[in-house]
Design a protein around this ligand. Sequence first.
Ligand code: UVW
Length: 329
Amino acid sequence: MATLTDFYKLGDTVRNWGRWGADDELGTLNFITPQKIAAAAGLVRHGKVFPLGIDFGSNGPQGAFKFRANPTHVMTVDGGDAQTLTEYGPKWLQNSVAGELAGFFADNPFRFNDDMLIMPLQAATQWDAFSHVYYDEKLYNGFPADSVTSMGAFHCGIEKVDSKGITSRGVLLDLVKYRGADTFLEVGEPITGDELDECAKRQGVTIESGDIVLVRTGWWNRFLEAGDGSEPYSGLDWTCAKWLHDHEIAAVAADNLMVENPISGVEGTFLPMHMLCLRDMGLMLGEYWDFTALAADCAADGVYEFQLIAPPLRVVGAVGSPINPIAIK
Ligand code: UVW
């Protein structure tokens, strides 16, 4: 098991602070150039679209942490309202919601439904913003940790990456297939950088600067089978931060809870890869993505590269965002 000294040493190696200027809040998304985006669009050959988001609902995967609940979807106006409110609405309090709705529905055929969603932004398919995780009181690029206030993140909020889309060449690394597992990786050996290289080689795909790498562990399929979001799983070893750094990866996403292995490889700390990626490198992590259909297609045609489009919501000052990413081949 590595020590905190090893962790700090790797932090010094992979840190990108100042690399793109003192004010930079795009981090490794800077590797995505206009040429890269144009080349990624050229990977669309058949018009096949693969949605990579999971359902946002009460049957979601939350369960590992008590501070996170599944999304709650609430109807605020529904089909029953038109009939009952036409009758009762006008008798309701003046200026009430019921009275307003009754006004919409009375003496005309117009009807509508409205709804809202209540959810932790980290509850389903998402990007972690750089401001999500930090250590030693600093965020990415040396911004002070207390710049994340009760009003939101002044620095490194998710809306700051909006100019990058986020879109690039996506590459799927199917570790389930590579390890010869059935549908998902059992809890055990974390995935190493060497293994990612070997997996890419076996799939016949080259990892390039600015790529968004998608790592399939099969955890999402295990969750669908078992319905338990708190069961342990396998993910990237914390040292994969160096692999991501050396390959100039723009962002990484996985089909599990936290991308990295839940059992820390560094004595005395939790989620060391999160700290290195989000805080030192400025590299976003995508969690709870569903690669089932994409992986089946890649295995069928042997093509593991595609155009990836995964824009976050512009929630100002948010430390993450729900997304519904798509891969296009
Ligand atoms: C934490 O880092 C606590 O959570 P996430 O799984 O959203 O990265």
